[in-house]
Design a protein around this ligand. Structure first.
Ligand code: GLC
Ligand code: GLC
Length: 820
């Protein structure tokens, strides 16, 4: 199969060697407040905190050709016009390379002896993207050429920007000062922020009006100004403001010139917005920002600081197994993706427009599971933000906007699984940090401070929200949807355009919007899986009576599942609103679903009757394919109105029998839990991106990160990936490989070591920083088993069980675990 690049593990980079990847292969810059998406041809855009409400540059989704809008450098060299990243001009290059690294991207192009190397990154604690362009004349004669930069401003609200043209074509405003172009639309009135694009050198001209630069009937690939060979110093007045610098450059043979461009974002206090004239923007802060990175030396220092920050983060958990691909995923890319999903939830990717979704309650809580070890304090802050959007009865807003941190009432709530993920995420945070204090912290309900209660109260209501909303079989009500947004047992509809998640079916309007009959076995199993974390917390706090009461609810739920939701060889998926089984051998299609199975196995529901192994074997038999586990089988081949969105997808795509990599992880965990390390690893390696690098042609999306879905066996494009980057797959597969297969997990009282590995492995080593100490772990597998600790020693002393204690004194500790 065709190769598009390779991993450079030493530099923690993916090196792309052809600009025409099967889909744009992107990277993310920024991890704090300023974010950029950047593709391997420099497409993408930037925003501050919120991809919808504070969009800085424009991007054209669903465009022809693909991936239009970006930070482009145009070089005009004696009539030949080219971009270092090939696109958008698409002049064939003599050399092209894109290195996506940890928070930076380096794109290098060469044409006719001129080399252009562009490094893009967002420095630490900085609200801007730094772009360093190094131009080198590699030929033997002097070279004179022209350089044009390009960025197109978005008028801040990305939704409004791409719809409200009658207004927006008249509001765009800019200012130019020396080599800096300022974007100040609406700054005169209600906004307190502006953006700028600057270069650390004199310029020979500029353009700020898009039509002047590109030409009304031209495109990014043939801008008029570049064709004309000069800028026109155009001044945007409405229409579409842009920022383009123009510079004439001459380089002697062997000579290099380095230019530093900065795309920055500034907020100003109301009383400092303007200079004395009340019109000119006060640029004090902008000047200070520019000053910070206006030389190559400062850029080098910023990059070094960024790399050091990533080395530190990735140093917290590190493994050395005999499989390079596992090492690469665990040590670099999977953790990197966990940071990105933590920051952006499901908001902005090349499959999420940044307009549609903010921070998802279930999504972000799950993201924390894969991220919490990196920066527990940021996880804590996120937990508080999430819990603040919870309602007093334990339900919650399904999404909130990162800029306002307020629950999104367009989407509303009543997703039955939401509260349970918070039990898991708060549990994961306490296990990682040992910070039991979070449970006492006052956290509002519905963002209303007057309704604040301790975080523990939020966990109580989360747990009892399930218990208080049971259906006829004593199983949790499915409500609008559970984890599967597309299994809508109440919000089903027969009119195009009605949202399956928010539509209120008149049938159930009187009952509060959803059926009081439809039940989710998935939520039941998630409850029995997450519930023990809540019980563990209560016990630790000495609340034994409450712990016993909660445990009784968990036990009762397990009984109810065995009584009404075990189908003989696997667990049912649900009961629909007529009381009919979903995901049963009795069904015509969709006889088995993946979602409840892993959690049921890990909760040991019906284990004494062999339900766990029967279930796992059924998954292997009915859901396993060469590219991963499909979500359900057989795929739905017609529209089942009573199930909602799921059967609107053609078979093999998305929730209708696609390979949803997110819940593949639950099965990987369950196989590892059951001690079947070989199966766990088989499933892991089928979907882990580094293992699919050789089929990039088919797989399409980036070989260094997970996508949400790979087309399933019923699809004509079986094996093709979509929805890369922003998916719960990142967190859950990190949990699966690190905590279940490699078996190293934070626990309330220490670090648990309980691997479940392929029998062929001789063992592995790992380093884990945990609560201030460093654990150097060696796992030995002399008997070639998958699971079971024969002996555990810490600093030469034997330890009972599989939990290594916390070392409050810090330091390095040698842990040796022998399997057998
Ligand atoms: C998407 C959503 C997630 C949902 C899943 C299944 O990944 O982000 O919230 O659980 O689809 O429908
Ligand atoms: C669609 C998608 C699903 C997503 C949901 C919510 O239904 O298929 O993956 O979670 O929208 O936006």
């Amino acid at each position: 199969m065709k190769s598009f690049g390779h991993f450079d593990d030493v530099r923690k980079e993916y090196v792309i060697q052809s600009p025409q990847t099967p889909y744009p292969w992107i990277n993310y810059l920024g991890t704090q407040a300023f974010f950029s998406l950047i593709s391997n041809t420099a497409g993408g855009y930037s925003f501050y905190k919120d991809a919808r409400l504070r969009r800085i540059t424009r991007y054209r989704y669903n465009n022809v050709p693909i991936d239009m809008g970006g930070r482009y450098f145009y070089i005009s060299d004696n009539g030949t016009v080219w971009n270092p990243g090939w696109s958008p001009v698409k002049t064939a290059l003599d050399f092209y390379e894109c290195r996506h690294g940890m928070g930076y991207t380096v794109i290098t192009g060469k044409k006719n002896d001129l080399k252009a190397e562009a490094t893009f990154f967002v420095p630490q604690n900085y609200d801007g993207e730094v772009q360093q362009l190094v131009l080198t004349n590699e030929g033997s004669a002097a070279k004179s050429f022209k350089l044009f930069s390009f960025a197109e401003w978005c008028l801040w609200d990305a939704q409004d920007d791409c719809t409200n043209f009658q207004r927006n074509f008249s509001t765009g405003r800019v200012e130019v000062e020396g080599s800096t172009i300022y974007h100040k639309t609406e700054y005169r009135d209600r906004r307190d922020h502006f953006a700028f694009y600057t270069v650390n050198d004199t310029i020979d001209g500029y353009d700020t009006d898009r039509d002047a630069f590109i030409g009304l009937y031209n495109g990014f690939g043939d801008p008029q100004a570049v064709a004309n060979g000069k800028a026109s110093n155009s001044f945007a007045d409405g229409w579409s403001p842009i920022a383009s610098h123009y510079k004439e450059i001459t380089l002697k043979p062997g000579e290099s010139k380095t230019l530093v461009f900065i795309l920055g974002y500034v907020e100003m206090p109301a009383d400092k917005k303007f200079e004395a004239d009340g019109v000119t923007i006060n640029k004090e802060k902008a000047h200070a920002m520019i000053e910070k990175y206006n030389t190559p030396e400062k850029v080098a220092a910023g990059l070094a600081e960024l790399k050091a920050a990533w080395d530190k983060l990735l140093g917290i958990f590190n493994v050395n197994t005999s499989d390079d691909k596992v090492n690469r995923m665990v040590n670099i890319w999977n953790q990197y993706q966990c940071m990105v999903t933590f920051n952006l939830s499901r908001s902005a990717s090349y499959f999420e427009s940044g307009i549609g979704r903010g921070m998802g309650f279930r999504d972000s809580n799950q993201d924390i599971l894969g991220f919490v070890h990196q920066i527990p304090d940021r996880a804590r802050e996120r937990l508080i933000d999430l819990a603040s959007t919870q309602l007093e009865d334990g339900g919650c807003y399904h999404q909130y906007q990162p800029l306002t941190k307020k629950g999104n009432s367009d989407i509303g709530g009543d997703f039955s699984d939401d509260p349970l993920w918070m039990i898991l995420s708060v549990g994961a945070y306490i296990k990682e940090s040992g910070d039991w204090g979070i449970l006492d912290q006052l956290v509002p309900y519905d963002n209303d401070e007057s309704k604040a209660k301790p975080m523990l109260h939020h966990l109580d209501v989360s747990f009892y929200h399930i218990v208080n909303n049971l259906g006829p079989h004593g199983l949790p009500l499915a409500m609008r949807a559970d984890w599967n947004d597309c299994l809508n047992l109440s919000c089903y509809s027969d009119k195009p355009g009605e949202s399956f998640q928010t539509y209120t079916n008149p049938k159930f309007a009187a009952e509060g919007g959803y059926s009081k009959v439809a039940e989710s076995v998935m939520v039941a199993a998630l409850f029995t899986y997450a519930g023990p974390t809540y019980v563990g917390i209560l016990k630790h706090l000495g609340k034994d009576a409450e712990a016993a009461k909660a445990q009784a609810e968990i036990d009762k739920m397990k009984e109810n599942v065995m009584k009404s939701a075990f189908d003989g060889e696997w667990f049912l998926r649900a009961y629909d609103s007529t009381g009919a089984k979903v995901g049963s051998k009795e069904c015509e299609e969709g006889k088995i679903f993946i979602e409840p199975q892993g959690f049921a196995v890990m909760s040991e529901i019906g284990k004494d009757q062999g339900a766990d192994i029967k279930t796992l074997d059924s998954i292997d038999k009915y859901l396993n394919t060469k590219y991963g586990l499909v979500l359900n089988n057989p795929a739905f081949s017609k529209y089942y109105i009573q199930y909602g969105e799921i059967s609107t997808y053609p078979g093999g795509y998305k929730e209708n029998a696609g390979i949803f990599t997110h819940n593949n992880a639950w099965i990987i965990c369950a196989e590892a839990y059951a001690g079947r390390g070989d199966k766990a690893f088989e499933y892991y390696s089928k979907i882990a991106p580094a293992f699919n690098e050789d089929i990039s042609d088919l797989h399409k999306t980036e070989p260094y990160v997970y996508g949400q879905m790979i087309a399933g066996k019923d699809a004509s494009r079986f094996g093709e990936g979509k929805n890369s980057w922003l998916t719960g797959t990142a967190a859950w597969n990190f949990v699966a490989i690190s905590q279940y297969i490699l078996g190293i997990s934070a626990d309330f009282d220490g670090l648990k070591v309980d691997p479940s590995i392929p029998k062929a492995w001789d063992g592995f080593t790992a380093t884990r920083k945990f609560r201030g100490a460093t654990y150097n772990i060696t796992v030995k597998n002399p008997d070639h088993v998958s699971k079971g600790i024969k002996s555990l020693t810490v600093d030469g002393k034997a330890v009972e069980g599989n939990v290594v204690p916390v070392f409050s004194v810090g330091g390095d500790h040698e842990v040796i675990a022998v399997l057998g």
